[in-house]
Design a protein around this ligand. Sequence first.
Ligand SMILES: Cc1cc2nc3c(=O)[nH]c(=O)nc-3n(C[C@H](O)[C@H](O)[C@H](O)COP(=O)(O)OP(=O)(O)OC[C@H]3O[C@@H](n4cnc5c(N)ncnc54)[C@H](O)[C@@H]3O)c2cc1C
Length: 380
Amino acid sequence: MRRELFEAEHEAFRETCRTFVTKELVPHQQEWEEAGVVSKDAWRKAGAQGLLGTAVEERFGGGGIDDFRFNIVLDEELITAGVTGFGAPVHNDINVPYLSKLATEEQKSRWLPGFCSGEIVTAIAMTEPEAGSDLQGIRTTATRDGDEFVINGQKTFISNGINADLVIVVARTDPDAGHEGISLLVVESDRPGFQRGRNLEKIGQKSQDTAELFFNDVRVPATNLLGEEGQGFIYLMQNLPQERLSIAVASAAGAAKALEMTKEYCRERTAFGRPIGKFQHTRFELAEIATEVEIGQVFVDRCVREHLKGELSIENAAMAKWWVTEMNKRVVDRCLQLHGGYGYMLEYPIAKAFLDTRVQTIYGGTTEIMKEIVGRQLDI
Ligand SMILES: Cc1cc2nc3c(=O)[nH]c(=O)nc-3n(C[C@H](O)[C@H](O)[C@H](O)COP(=O)(O)OP(=O)(O)OC[C@H]3O[C@@H](n4cnc5c(N)ncnc54)[C@H](O)[C@@H]3O)c2cc1C
């Protein structure tokens, strides 16, 4: 489809991403799916190719270009290649703003060079067993003790949780201050008391490590506080739109890929003496899917343009997140149907897409929560 979002430099970067994904990730996909985790080596190779931290300042080893379109290009190339386990979108799209905009000079020089080289894999830990949608319900505490914070609690469903060397932890620094008592603390994985739990077994995105994390009297210096104490909830609200846009981008790319795979299948598969694409029902299905894919992409690209200007509202990000992820879910389901029995077989990429896609309406804020956000602004 015709898109007006990208310039020549993005397309050049797309070539670099595509080559990297094809050469360094795709051949290991099966092995990593079985292991439940991507190798750390892949992270370092991505760092060496300049794929990590394009928005980070050059003096810390980043690309020095704060242009979200570079993030999008990598996200799209990963999805198009069916690589759903390499957690660069979490690292680049979700965590960069926290580490580059809130961190002090001293923190940046400690963390960002490793972040960009792939030596330091990052995760963000908001969700707890008893608090997901309701983030204000978190129980993990960070108690001030002299020049340190002592962290206690448990997180779950944390992407990059097994590979992470550095975790941005959402914790309660004041138990009586409601959302104003929430802060962000950075925990390096070699701190005593930090423990990884299970690498959780999921129905899809099998090579993405998604883990439980435990904090038992983990001491971090007060200089590991990100931004100001008590402002953590505000920082999350400011940065969640980029996270949601990133998921919408992946969903739009996933739906477009499912359509392409299915068109090809419908050209080749025959029944009743003709390609199944010649049945009117199939054409109508594909016509509806193509229309939805196009509409979704147009809205996502509009949101990206708003985001580039610093004007993406929380509501528009929520609209994109819920509608495009639900669209992708519908599209992949209908595409699987058009593959018949083969669509149910894991050797066909549409089956993997069906499983990998399902979580997109859940993580980063569920469809229901997105509708709450949109609904609140409708003045009803
Ligand atoms: C694969 C995966 C990776 C993840 N990665 C991360 C990560 O890296 N970091 C992180 O912090 N978290 C991560 N998460 C957690 C994810 O963001 C949460 O699972 C999600 O926000 C939902 O929270 P919950 O699972 O506690 O569900 P709940 O909040 O318990 O929701 C259960 C159901 O109730 C509905 N519901 C809840 N409240 C309302 C309401 N007010 N109105 C209507 N319906 C409502 C929900 O929409 C949902 O359908 C990940 C999750 C998964 C599955």
